[in-house]
Design a protein. Structure first.
Length: 281
């Protein structure tokens, strides 16, 4: 679970503990007896180790004469759930809708900070490379095959590279230049695309060489949208970070990663070296 979601779950647990005590239940055991729950469940909820369901909230409030707080507490539970979204739920109707949802976020963002340790960021992908990544997403999650629509939506986001005064700070690990999606022809086309756009005036494209000294562990890929939102992807879920102190940690991580990156001609040299890896294969 995201650290922000966990912090909010702990805060919810403390609030529920207060309701229990205010209602005269001096111990979790007494409250468990009143609800018919296991004492361990009360403890896990109050200490933020278990999510409270909406039904749990209703029962809790009914037993503590706090029915007037049900709506607010349920809203809190739903917000916590939204901070940690299962990919399968997001992708239930295919990948295109998830790509569509990103467009308003892109349109409102002025400064992007993007870190990808193992693949090319979607905003810089060719259509062929994007198609290969979506093939894997569709197969892995067993979702409807809407690859063509998903690719179209991903490429639609790329218009922001050329519109307005947005700044794109993109960091790739050198491994991203070699992660093979679709074979030599697709990879050569993708790497050639990077060479073509590396000089865009509002794009700062850095590559962290494999042998570069690191100032922080690489971690998962993440995307920062101004100082208001960070999206972090894992195999099972995507979580959103909106709490300022958490966003500050990602900003610091990006700064430390950036200290290991090379730019300009040195980045071009790494890209061309990767292209040679695929020539003739």
């Amino acid at each position: 679970m995201s650290t922000e979601a966990q912090a909010q779950r702990e805060a919810l647990g403390a609030r529920l503990r207060g309701l229990r005590k205010d209602a005269g239940f001096k111990s979790g055991r007494a409250f468990a007896a009143a609800t018919g729950w296991q004492e361990s469940k009360v403890s896990r909820i109050e200490n933020g180790r278990q999510n409270a369901s909406e039904d749990d909230i209703r029962t809790w409030c009914e037993k503590t004469d706090a029915e007037d707080q049900i709506a607010d507490l349920i809203a809190t539970v739903r917000h916590i759930d939204e901070l940690w979204l299962e990919w399968r739920r997001q992708l239930a109707s295919g990948a295109a809708l998830r790509q569509q949802k990103a467009i308003p976020v892109y349109s409102k963002t002025k400064v992007f900070r993007i870190w990808h340790p193992t693949l090319i960021w979607g905003g810089l992908q060719t259509a062929d490379y994007a198609a290969e990544t979506f093939k894997q997403v569709i197969n892995y999650y067993g979702i409807p095959d809407d690859m063509a629509a998903a690719v179209a939506k991903r490429l639609e986001r790329q218009k922001y590279l050329h519109q307005g005064d947005r700044i794109f700070n993109v960091l790739l690990a050198e491994q991203a230049l070699y992660s093979n999606f679709g074979g030599p022809d697709v990879m050569l086309g993708q790497l050639d695309r990077l060479l073509a756009i590396i000089g865009l005036p509002r794009l700062s494209l850095g590559v962290i060489p494999r042998s570069a000294p690191l100032h922080i562990w690489p971690g998962n890929s993440f995307s920062m949208f101004d100082d208001r939102l960070v999206l972090v992807e894992t195999y099972s879920a995507e979580f959103s970070v909106t709490q300022p102190r958490e966003i500050a940690l990602y900003a610091k991580a990006f700064m430390l990663l950036k200290a290991s990156a090379v730019y300009g001609d040195r980045a071009r040299a790494l890209i061309m070296q990767a292209m040679q890896h695929y020539v003739g294969r």
